[in-house]
Write a protein of this length. Structure first.
Ligand code: AMP
Length: 226
């Protein structure tokens, strides 16, 4: 399956993408993670990307499209992929159309995570990530680790992303509204989009996502009472 996950910062794209990818046995490809890997390794590309990331702006398309192209060329994508954080503007969506052209359907589904902006700011302000495995995510109020500053899963040190400061989050939201939201229209025109709420527990959102891509069952246990 080839799936795109789109949503504003703080909607839980990374968390959901990691779980969905395991469920579907396809690689989870996050352009944000690819950039952070480069930055961590101190490559020139990483340093260049970081100047944009820390101010909440998009990394230029010529860098981003190149990084994604290289990743999609690896053999593990033959079974499909789950893209998290790409495309983030129309030019990237058109580049992806080109990269996925062929006899297969280009994409199977585009999931859009929806969340009120006030919730985004509060979620991100308290978000802490594990330095050892960035897929372990905590929140200082809503899901604090047992020992402050330490990952419950692997003992790694928790840190705050430097683009998670409030002013940067507001800039990232503006960029989402002006550049990424039009991408949804691009895929709506192809009949691929399902919008789901990103509110609720991680498992609830995952269940909605699985239903949206035809891999889960609707929970109608409270159909008459809720
Ligand atoms: P994320 O981890 O998806 O929240 O991405 C973190 C940051 O990486 C974004 O705020 C952008 O600065 C940059 N980034 C990630 N994906 C892209 C993309 N597709 N195009 C441009 N910049 C990106």
């Amino acid at each position: 399956m080839r799936i795109l996950l789109i949503g504003p910062p703080g909607a839980g794209k990374g968390t959901q993408a990691a779980r969905l990818a395991v469920h579907l046995s396809i690689p989870h490809i996050s352009t944000g993670d690819l950039f952070r890997e480069h930055t961590g390794q101190g490559t020139e590309l990483g340093r260049h990307a970081h100047t944009h990331i820390r101010t909440g702006l998009l990394v230029p398309d010529w860098v981003t499209v190149g990084v994604l192209e290289e990743r999609l060329a690896r053999p593990d994508t033959e079974r499909g992929f789950l893209l998290d954080g790409f495309p983030r503007n129309l030019a990237q969506a058109q580049a992806l159309d080109g990269m996925t052209a062929g006899p297969e359907p280009r994409l199977d589904a585009v999931l859009v995570l929806e969340i009120p902006e006030a919730e985004v700011v509060s979620r991100i302000a308290g978000r802490r990530l594990c330095g050892r495995d960035r897929e372990h995510v905590f929140h200082v109020d809503h899901s604090p680790p047992a020992v402050a500053g330490t990952c419950d899963v692997c003992g790694g040190e928790l840190y705050r992303r430097d683009d998670d400061r409030e002013a940067t989050v507001r800039r990232r939201l503006e960029v989402y509204r002006s550049e990424t939201a039009p991408v949804v229209g691009h895929y709506q025109a192809q009949g691929l989009v399902t919008t789901i709420s990103a509110l609720g527990r991680v498992q609830e959102v995952l269940d909605r996502a699985l239903v949206a891509i035809g891999r889960g069952q609707v929970d109608d246990s409270c159909a008459s009472s809720c």
